[in-house]
Design a protein around this ligand. Structure first.
Ligand code: UT7
Length: 323
């Protein structure tokens, strides 16, 4: 059977790092509070000329270089983002053009913090259906541009950045030992809208709006939703927590990450954590974490890697891939 195999990974971050100390000068907060409640120590904030598309393009070029491929080898670009450069055209089409691609197709996926899991599952479906041969799957965000910088309950949490994977359709044996995406499980429930949303949009206010979150309410649902989809991925493949080499979670809050791993019996040494470095970069957080752990040699070819996320909507999902 055809599987979507990871050929390359890449990432890009804005130039400017903003530490928790610096946040203390903007809002009534403290390094202690932020570290204890979230695990975040710093985040990257986009400056002039840095946009979701420019960061996404840089991450894509990095991933292509690692894969030993050129933009001409790609026929599908999917960008997971909630902070597009423009309402339309899609950021994916913008990046396709920036890469100089003249063939294939490109579109955005919008599932907020679960966006990268949705984008990977979508790319996998297209590759397995034979619609494309190689896909760039990009998570790119500039959440700093939709934050209310006077609201300490949200502005300290988020950051900007982008990460990308190159997926390639390859013939595999149809076994759990295959390389590539083995299973994906996507969920959503729109009844939770008011707990995490942006209070503007083209069709309502005609403005971009600002992020609003009832953090405690999101927190209450997070661990249960995350562990449910991970269990679904284990059941679908006949694997267990012991078979897993790495859990690469969405990086929103260290306490949510630790709580989910503990509930599933996954030792913390097998969990990739980058929330301290990047803050919550929404759809970019998983590919950024993958890039860190794959470039420092932790994630190696043949490793079984679980991706999971939960966020606005609510949306949540898990995807199991053999690297
Ligand atoms: O990626 C999408 C999914 N999003 C998430 O997963 C976020 C989920 N939620 C969370 O991560 C946590 O709920 C937060 C980190 C947002 C907040 O942590 P918490 O332990 O739930 O704190 P809390 O909201 O219950 O607030 C505790 C206290 C409050 O003061 P009082 O009412 O107890 O006096 C807040 O006003 O902390 C106060 N507070 C702050 N203090 C210093 C809230 N924000 C800050 C701040 N600095 N930045």
């Amino acid at each position: 059977m055809i599987r979507s195999v990871v050929r390359g990974f890449g990432s890009a971050l804005p130039q400017r790092v903003v530490t928790n100390k610096e946040m203390e000068s903007l809002v009534e907060t403290s390094d202690d509070w932020i570290v204890q409640r979230t695990g975040i120590r710093q985040r990257y904030i986009a400056g002039e000329g840095e946009t979701t598309a420019s960061l996404g393009e840089a991450a894509a070029r990095d991933a292509l270089q690692r894969a030993g491929l050129t933009p001409d080898d790609i026929d599908l670009v999917i960008v997971a983002t909630s902070t597009p450069d423009n309402t339309f055209p899609a950021t994916a089409v913008n990046i396709q053009n920036r890469l100089g691609m003249t063939k294939g197709y490109a579109f955005d996926v919008q599932a907020v913090c679960t966006g990268f899991v949705y984008a990977m599952a979508t790319a996998d479906a297209h590759l397995r259906a034979g619609m494309a041969k190689r896909a760039l799957v990009i998570g790119a965000e500039t959440f700093s541009r939709i934050l209310d910088w006077t609201d300490r309950t949200t502005c300290v949490l988020f950051g900007d950045g982008a990460g990308a994977l190159v997926l390639e359709a390859q013939q595999q044996e149809g076994k759990v030992s295959d390389r590539g995406v083995l299973t994906s499980h996507l969920r959503s429930d729109g009844s939770h809208k008011e707990k995490l949303y942006v209070d503007g949009g083209p069709s309502t206010t005609g403005t971009v709006g600002h992020l609003r979150m009832e953090g405690r309410e999101v927190f209450k649902h997070a661990v249960g939703m995350i562990t449910d989809v991970i269990v679904a991925a284990f059941e679908a493949t006949g694997t267990t927590a012991e078979d897993l080499n790495w859990l690469v979670p969405h990086q929103a809050n260290r306490r949510i990450i630790d709580g989910s791993a503990k509930k599933l019996g996954i030792p913390l040494e097998k969990v990739v954590v980058t929330v301290d470095l990047h803050g919550n970069t929404s759809a970019a957080s998983i590919p950024l974490a993958l890039s860190v752990a794959a470039s420092d040699g932790r994630i190696k070819q043949g490793d079984l890697v679980m991706l999971e996320a939960m966020g606005g909507g609510f949306t949540w999902g898990a995807l199991l891939v053999r690297w």
